[in-house]
Design a protein around this ligand. Structure first.
Ligand code: PEP
Length: 257
């Protein structure tokens, strides 16, 4: 395991999968399987339709709920959107912003992601801010240029004292849903560079406290090696979060779940 004092945080992003009933049932099973792991924050992100029902089912803890997406405004004529105060009132405590699928398929920009992160934060929700490069950008040697640009923009609306209460998720796009994980060393290189950037932007204390998740084909058999890296503080998990067994084994990080 990483030797830092940062509390690990493992989140499951269920994307556009599962009915409300299926989501509640999976959440209950995850709660059951993960309750004994008290040294880690565990989060599930169901569809917006299921956030309320899942949060209600998980009210006893310790598993928390995240929204997968939000609008930056509190309310208004934005058909189909959901806002941070509505997400908070539904019982979620976290919100994912800037997922690469949102950036690539729905045109989300660095500035838009930053505004949404700020809006979530202002309503008492913890933003999980995703960053990551495409395969073409990696092959062109642009990984750190891209990721540092995204991180810099995302942190722009935050004071240094607020940074420890954010979560960053480094998700190389080429590793998402492809079965192709970044090696622990590749991930650590980027995590280390991101933490160094945060130290320059917000100071060493904020950088030391900020949690940075890795995401991209995380599975029960690779989580341990990833978590052994000094700057990897958890995981954002897609496919492997859709069954309680594989997600619980990831939460267990190599122990028996
Ligand atoms: C994700 O969508 O954030 C993700 C990391 O997916 P997967 O684990 O399936 O690669």
């Amino acid at each position: 395991m990483a030797t830092s004092t940062r509390r690990p945080v493992i989140a499951g992003n269920w994307k556009m999968h599962l009915t409300v009933a299926e989501s509640v049932s999976l959440a209950a099973e995850i709660q059951n399987r993960c309750a004994r792991f008290r040294d880690v924050d565990v989060i599930v992100a169901p569809t917006a339709l299921a956030v309320y029902a899942v949060a209600k089912r998980l009210a006893d803890g310790p598993v928390a709920v995240a929204a997968q997406h939000c609008h930056g405004a509190d309310s208004g004529a934005f058909t189909g959107e959901i806002s941070p105060p509505l997400i908070a009132a539904a019982g979620a405590r976290y919100g994912i912003v800037g997922h690469s699928e949102r950036r690539q398929l729905f045109g989300e920009t660095d500035a838009g992601v930053a505004g949404k992160a700020r809006a979530l934060f202002d309503h008492g929700l913890t933003p999980i801010i995703c960053v990551g490069e495409s395969l073409a950008e990696r092959d062109a040697g642009q990984t750190l240029v891209v990721v540092e640009r995204q991180v810099k923009a995302a942190l722009e609306p935050f004071a240094a004292t607020e940074v420890p209460r954010l979560i960053l998720a480094y998700e190389p796009i080429w590793a998402i849903g492809t079965g192709r994980t970044a090696t622990p060393a590749q991930a650590q290189d980027v995590h280390g560079a991101v933490r160094a950037l945060v130290a320059r932007l917000a100071g060493p204390e904020a950088a030391a406290a900020l949690r940075i998740q890795y995401g991209g084909s995380v599975k029960p058999d690779n989580i341990r090696a990833l978590m052994e890296q000094p700057d990897i503080d958890g995981a954002l998990v897609g496919g492997a979060s859709l069954t309680a067994d594989s997600f619980a084994r990831i939460v267990a990080r190599g122990e028996e779940p």
